[in-house]
Design a protein around this ligand. Sequence first.
Ligand code: FAD
Ligand code: SF4
Length: 474
Amino acid sequence: SGRSNPGGFLIEQRRLEKQPADLRVGAFTEITLKPTAAGGTAQASRCTDCGVPFCQNACPLQNNIPDWLALSADGDLREAWRVASATSTMPEICGRICPQDRLCEGACTLQQSGWDGVTIGSVEAWIADTAFDNGWVEPIRPLAERGQSVAIVGSGPAGLAAADHLRSEGYAVTVYDRHDRAGGLLTYGIPGFKLEKRIVQRRIDRLVEGGVEFVLNTNVGVDVTMDELRSRHDALLLAMGVYQARTLGVPGRGPNDTVAALDFLIAQNRVDCGDAADASAPHAAGRDVVVVGGGDTAMDCVRTAIRQGANSVVCLYRRDRDNMPGSAREVQNAEEEGVRFEWLGAPKALMSKGVAVVAVRAQRMALTEAAPGQRRDIAPVPGSDFDLPADLVIEALGFEPEAFAEQLDANLGLTRWNTLQVARGGFATTLPGVFAAGDAVRGASLVVWAVRDGQDAAAEIDRYLRARTEEAAA
Ligand code: FAD
Ligand code: SF4
């Protein structure tokens, strides 16, 4: 068996081959080429089964990585799939878009001891893609209908993961979303070059085939009240994400001078989902684009702008490369594709000619000496102003929660960050029978955490509803 492979590290690490940058910027499809069976097996067999699964502990889902690597190394992908899917409702998605360098792969013993770590994410996606291709992905078939129903507000990864588990347990599940398509940020945030739409769609299709009902184009709090949902269903899960975009507070910024990152990304994602292009939507073709921000959203915007045929694309970020929140892998991809990074540059004003913005005035920042035990801060360098030509300025400065209590119920408890308040160690909000999960609770986070929350919240809702059934029977 390949279970113990002490010499595994001697096999060369091979990251999935990427399409050359000049080719990939012509499309919104994923940039990596699929592994061959031999390649996938070889990479899986690099795991030395070190005995201390740091990778598993660093995975928010506690995925049983050493076991599915060993099974893949043995060529038993079907069993590897069974193990991988036992802890995750969407391994093919996490395998593609988790920041593995900060999670499983960063903790890999090989990586830690100076060898290249195991390419865990791409093996995970390969196992799951193989399972879909071979029809090993089981349909959802509850053993028995439980006769109770759960409403899920929000069809992002948290909502979808919960829907999967609750439906499998036999609950009637209705997912409400204000968008016209399900998937949350998997569909309308994350671009196709990181995660193709068909990968998300086949997950949604599986839920629909398993009996999950999707009620789309329905803004809860506007089109239907939360009270109505509470009277229609036995429990509720709020998985609405965070969507209040932060904006630039600089002189010269009029209401129509900038574009919000998500408006920009949604327009392209719609086209990738098959909609006709909307001529009034923001588009980068022929423009000089400046994206302000340094997170995942900024990376997705710059790479989308390049693909739309921008004249130039600059990412303006006030800290340096080592202190940016976005993934290093994405910065590298963006640079290869022709994005220019202005590190340690902070926007100072928007410059206009007539009604049109023509430049972003920025100033250089410098890292300050850190006080003992503290992170280095940044401070402006006097007299260092510079102008970046721009006729499309995209704000990618992060997201805050919307006004949940105002939208849904004044008695819904919030934290001081305006996220939904839940009971310690669980998912219960301050309202009986109402639970919450994902970004709406954590603030802007990661897909893998949303999946974890959705799965765990489903388990808590199941316990809650079983207890109610027992009470009713007593
Ligand atoms: P969401 O995915 O935000 O889904 C919430 C859903 O609720 C949405 O569909 C919304 O329409 C719906 N909704 C909200 N309010 C209502 C209402 N009142 N009524 C009805 N429906 C409502 N994470 C990674 O791990 N890797 C990445 O590469 C990555 N890239 C990202 C790129 C971008 C551009 C962004 C914005 C985020 C990215 N993230 C990434 C973060 C990740 O997408 C989120 O952490 C994750 O999607 C959160 O899942 P969620 O289910 O909590 O919420
Ligand atoms: Fe790594 Fe993410 Fe997969 Fe966990 S879910 S094994 S962190 S890629």
